[in-house]
Ligand binder design. Structure first.
Ligand code: HEM
Length: 404
């Protein structure tokens, strides 16, 4: 098969992935912007094979391939920093375990669980204001976007008036419509902002995770370098909101298309099942970038040479009929639970999964609890989706709230 160019003009990335899987097979050669050749794994089996061998057969670090890696990242690609930055997503093995262990000292399950009342409060505040916005109201702008930003920024102590710029920098870095210069400038500005932010937190610590990480830096034993600290904040502030913003909105679209699946507001188990089904079939993270084979490998019968970048299409895995049957694309929260790959798998499994699950459940159950008649004000096929190869969700979602 000839390398398939991505992005495909006029097509959502999720559609492209399904088309590649259904017509190209589990491993598809792709051509990234800048005529860079790479691969995409598109099926449940091929995605699992790569993720489960993370760190042994496949590396996350382009630095393992100095001769190749510059040539394998499109020169005009806005998302360079996600691929080349000095953070968790570009490390393997002991280096990766060390960094993750240091973050986990501050980011504990107890800390996440303790956020529940505050997430509920933030959610309720946004829902209170929603009704006053007039109808139709854009649910992205007034709910699914501000909530995850508020949660992650509050957790890490970013003051309210500085939060929205993080959203803007993130969009510039992830949209393939941004120029490379704009993306590089956004990434640079965000790192510079975080440098100053950490200094402020050092001078005036608070009850937030940035202060917790600074404290862990000052403890005896292994510690985070200043550079590691900046990149951790950079990654967590981006990954900690972008993903959830889109998944909330994608799930609202899915539930409104089939309101019989909307559970009662207080049915926690049913809402948890909705969230898992959304992570499987409507995941906001379409692709995770990149894995590089440490040696020549065969994936589902296709040979890939050492160092060639592989994009891992979680969306292809989640909607694969070979795994989930003929109705794989249908949103069906009553499905038997299955090990989906919505949070990835293996050593890079999402660090924020417990927080994301908590936030999703509170956001969705509270939204539909408060506004049971909520429905989109436009047809599903009139929704415009984010122009990104990595994450996908509605740019805007005008809704009417309906009678209470
Ligand atoms: C990693 C998805 C929310 C922080 C990942 C990965 C996926 C993912 C698929 C694996 C990437 C890879 O294998 O290359 C999601 C989804 C979310 C979500 C769908 C929401 C619905 C969050 C939140 C945080 C977070 C709230 C906040 C702390 C991270 C970090 C990593 C990660 C730091 C890198 C972990 C590592 O490399 O060890 N996420 N995520 N994510 N996620 Fe999430």
């Amino acid at each position: 098969m000839e390398p398939q160019q991505i992005p495909v003009p006029g097509e959502r990335t999720s559609q492209t992935i399904r088309r590649f899987r259904d017509h190209g097979g589990p491993v598809v050669p792709i051509e990234l912007p800048g005529k860079v050749n790479a691969w995409m794994v598109t099926s449940y089996d091929s995605v699992s094979e790569v993720l489960l061998n993370d760190g042994t057969l496949f590396s996350k670090s382009p630095l393992n391939f100095p001769a190749l890696h510059d040539g394998t990242i499109p020169p005009d690609w806005p998302i360079r920093q996600l691929i080349q930055g000095d953070h968790l997503l570009t490390k393997d093995g002991a280096d990766h375990r060390r960094l993750r262990g240091l973050i986990n000292r501050a980011f504990t399950p107890a800390r996440v669980a303790s956020m529940e009342p505050r997430i509920q409060e933030l959610t309720d505040g946004l829902l209170d204001r929603l009704a006053g916005e007039g109808e139709p109201v854009d649910l992205v702008r007034h709910f699914s976007e501000p909530l995850p930003i508020a949660v992650i920024c509050e957790l890490f102590g970013v003051p309210e008036e500085e939060r929205y710029q993080i959203r803007e920098w993130t969009n510039t870095m992830l949209f393939h419509t941004a120029t490379p210069e704009e993306a590089a400038a956004a990434g640079g500005q965000m790192l510079a902002y975080l440098g100053a932010f950490v200094e402020r937190k050092r001078a005036e610590p608070g009850d937030d995770l940035t202060s917790g990480l600074i404290q862990a830096q000052e403890d005896d034993g292994d510690r985070l370098s200043d550079n590691e600290m900046l990149w951790i904040l950079w990654l967590v502030l981006i990954a900690g909101h972008e993903t959830t913003v889109h998944l909330i909105a994608n799930t609202v679209v899915a539930l409104c298309a089939d309101p019989a699946q909307i559970p009662a507001a207080d049915d926690r188990d049913a809402w948890a099942a909705v969230v898992e089904e959304a992570l499987r079939s409507r995941n906001s993270v379409l692709n995770v970038l990149f894995r590089y084979p440490l040696q020549d490998v065969q994936i589902c019968g296709t040979k890939i040479r050492a160092g060639e970048p592989i994009s891992v299409a979680l969306h292809g895995a989640g909607t694969d009929p070979a795994r989930y049957g003929a109705g794989a694309e249908r949103f069906d929260a009553s499905r038997e639970p299955d090990a989906h790959v919505g949070f990835g798998r293996g050593p890079h499994f999402c660090l924020g999964a417990p927080l994301a699950r908590l936030e999703m459940r509170i956001a969705l159950s509270s939204l539909f609890g408060r506004y049971p008649g909520l429905r989109p004000a436009i047809d599903a096929d009139a929704i415009t989706y984010t122009p990104s190869l990595i994450t996908e969700g509605p740019m805007e979602l005008p809704v009417v709230l309906g009678p209470r």
